[in-house]
Ligand binder design. Structure first.
Ligand code: SAH
Length: 221
């Protein structure tokens, strides 16, 4: 009921236009587009930005972090090939928007965030919309060994390298989608874990993410 008040027909109309725009930009995965069409992105932003929530743009979410551009969320989600029931690990919870999109795809979502305030905000906010994501305050470079292995892993911050721990926590046949690069831009990289630990690695388009940070809030390695 609350949701209806907070997600008006106007918002739904704007969202439909956003989905059309993302489709025109080249995302044709119907399930991904349907998921983007369901998540009330305006509620994930600071009230000052609600007017712009359905523009295809990233926004500040506090702590110097951003909610990814919807096109980027759609692009990464499509690359993950999420199937209903997949156990998915996200690195970089941020606003929780990407995690919500994964929930709409039918995934069982685990997400790690290293900024305490963002972690706490998401922990209150996501359940208020009915998104039951398992949230963790921790260092994404290490993944979540206690809950491994995962069918899919998605990294939503710029990784200077591909962390071995994340590869180790992938199931055989599992997929890791990660933007790799220490500079201004990162190349979207998809790794499929093959039998006997072999990796099939492919590189796609360039994107611009905030960096996956090391060590802050974590005394030692
Ligand atoms: N997926 C988010 C956008 C993430 S922005 C969304 O949908 O809104 C990148 C996020 O990664 C930021 O919130 C940042 O604090 C977090 N981050 C940076 N370094 C990290 C690390 N080592 N481990 C976990 N999260 C990290």
């Amino acid at each position: 009921m609350e949701m209806q008040e907070r997600d008006s027909y106007r918002h739904q109309g704007l969202r439909k236009k956003l989905v059309d725009k993302i489709g025109k930009k080249g995302i044709h995965d119907e399930k991904v587009l349907a998921a983007i069409g369901k998540v009330p992105r305006h509620l994930f932003l600071d009230p000052a930005f609600t007017e712009f929530a359905y523009e295809d743009q990233p926004f500040q979410i506090g702590e110097g972090q951003t909610i990814s551009q919807p096109f980027t969320v759609a692009y990464q989600t499509a690359m993950l090939e999420v199937k209903k029931g997949d156990k998915v690990l996200e690195i970089g919870t941020g606003s929780g928007y990407q995690a919500a999109v994964l929930c709409e795809m039918g995934a069982r979502v685990y997400s790690v965030e290293r900024q305490k305030s963002l972690y706490e905000k998401a922990k209150k906010f996501l359940p208020s919309l009915g998104y039951m994501v398992k949230l963790f305050y921790g260092d994404g470079y290490k993944g979540l060994p206690a809950f491994a292995p995962f069918d899919k892993i998605i990294v939503t911050a710029a990784a200077p390298f591909i962390p071995d721990d994340l590869i180790a926590q992938l199931k055989e046949g599992g997929i890791l989608v990660i933007p790799v690069g220490a500079g201004e831009t990162q190349i979207m990289t998809r790794i499929v874990k093959l039998p006997e630990g072999k990796l099939d690695k492919k590189e796609f388009d360039y994107f611009r993410f905030v960096p996956l940070l090391e060590e802050k809030n974590f005394g030692k390695k």
